[in-house]
Write a protein that binds this ligand. Structure first.
Ligand SMILES: C[S@@+](CC[C@H](N)C(=O)[O-])C[C@H]1O[C@@H](n2cnc3c(N)ncnc32)[C@H](O)[C@@H]1O
Length: 257
């Protein structure tokens, strides 16, 4: 078994080294160190989860709630972190299930005045989800709070990026450091102006009404599956993930070493 410099087992995880660094530095350099961090899509634990936990540990404060929807991945992620990063576990609460169900339940259990200081959205590929996740927590993110989202250039973030970019109480930037892209957003005012909120809602409606999204929402998944199997894989990837082919950079799976 591969081990890191502390002789702990290396945990498998996604995000490239630069993305991991950006995630960590958002937490380490926040003027008010995050107390509450939320993550959607832990996968096996060695990517975003481990790096958020290590940054919180360095800050000496904060707790991460990490949501994972796949049962066997969830079980492996917990076992991985227990074996590979036991020192971080006191800062971590795993939550099993789909974000849109888990987040409202989680929030309902929190005390009045609860705030979400940092969130990393990296769950499913349906673009509806990242926007839904942001909207569930938006009112609880304080000014100075940060939200990051992976796959900002892919289908996963196709609704979120134009939506949040139009809200003038969020300052956003796209880190072009991987094929997937990393969105960074910092809240700069508690509420958006009415005009920017209208523009954001219009952009969301436009995204929802795109023919490919309407087809995905209306057609049975068995039919979509059949179509996907019939089209060449490169075309499928372009249609489904919306990947740009002109950007050179490495993302994908990595170890946490
Ligand atoms: C791209 S991987 C996450 C990679 C991880 N952040 C890392 O850095 O290694 C996406 C993960 O999200 C999970 N997932 C998909 N849809 C989800 C949802 N709606 N809620 C929570 N987890 C979800 C998948 O099971 C998968 O493990």
């Amino acid at each position: 078994m591969a081990t890191d410099s502390n002789q702990s087992p290396v945990i498998e995880g996604q995000l490239n080294a630069r993305e991991r660094e950006l995630l960590s530095s958002a937490i380490l350099n926040a003027p008010n160190p995050p107390k509450v961090a939320l993550e959607v899509g832990t996968w096996l634990g060695g990517g975003s989860t481990l790096h958020i936990l290590r940054a919180l540990e360095k800050n000496g404060c904060g707790h991460l709630w990490g949501i994972e929807a796949d049962r066997s991945t969830y079980d492996r992620m917990i076992a991985n972190l227990k074996a590979g990063a036991p020192e971080s576990l006191h800062r971590f609460t795993p939550l099993f299930g789909f974000s849109e169900k888990v987040i409202p339940q989680w929030l309902a259990e929190q005390p009045p005045g609860f705030a979400v200081d940092f969130a990393f959205l990296d769950g499913g590929n349906n673009p509806r989800e990242q926007v839904a996740e942001l909207r569930l927590i938006d009112n609880l993110v304080p000014v100075g709070g940060q939200v990051m989202a992976h796959d900002a250039k892919y289908r996963k973030a196709k609704w979120l990026v134009p939506y949040i970019s139009r809200l003038d109480n969020w300052q956003t930037r796209l880190y072009d450091v991987s094929n997937e892209g990393l969105l960074y957003a910092k809240k700069i005012a508690s509420q958006p102006s009415p005009a920017s909120l209208r523009a954001a809602r219009r952009s969301l409606l436009k995204s929802r009404l795109q023919p490919v999204e309407l087809a995905a929402a209306i057609l049975p998944s068995s039919f979509c599956g059949l179509v996907c199997r019939m089209v060449p894989s490169k075309l499928f990837f372009w249609l489904y993930a919306g990947a740009k082919t002109d950007v050179e950079a490495g993302g994908g799976s990595q170890s946490n070493a």
